[in-house]
Design a protein. Sequence first.
Length: 242
Amino acid sequence: MSISVSEFETRLRETLIANNGRLPMPDRFNIVLNIEKSLQQDEHQTWGFVIYRCTYTSDADWAEFMRRFRTRTEEALEYFERKYLMDAKLNFTVIEDRDMFESASTSTVREHFKRWVMDAPLREQGRGAGRSPRYKYCIHVDSTSVHSVLQDSPAEGRHNSTEGFVNLIDKGWKLDSDNWDEWDELDPSSNEPNEPIESVQLWDVGWMRVRYHSVMVEMYNSLRNGAVWNREYRRPPRVADC
């Protein structure tokens, strides 16, 4: 059934008014809708990466870091028209212990996260981990991360963040010499030896820097597919922007 130009314009105007001047986003492009569907598939109630605080120089700086991190995540959810997921299901779990984690390496955090994951899914969801990225990856925040975020643009607006980042750790990574050779120690773009990071010379060091405005939504959604890590990986100090 065809409609007249005037009818189309009327419907378009009504849609824009109902959506605060925006056309509704098609479901196939809605990243947060994918997260919501994933929760249903896993029969989970909670999502979001666990955050490890590894810097204790300033509580005020940490509070401002978390405020900005929450704000950017909330902006992403609003953009994808699913803000209620933050209010109801997104869990900003922060693990902090100055004696244990001040200036902690990514390997120290990884080992603790492995232990945390052993009973966390049952405790939080009442069932297994499913394919949830919450139990496969975690966020490591050190003084460099906090500084990068606090130096970033404080302005509101989803795409105003260009510099700030956090460290995202792959729980499943391990330094196993039986599964790599000398080529794994070379930069794929230059075939030059990699500079050691935390004494690791491999190309994939088991963690990467990710823009803080995209890590909790876009990257979280992408990493439900385990193959995405290799696609998105950037060796530090380069920064991934999903």
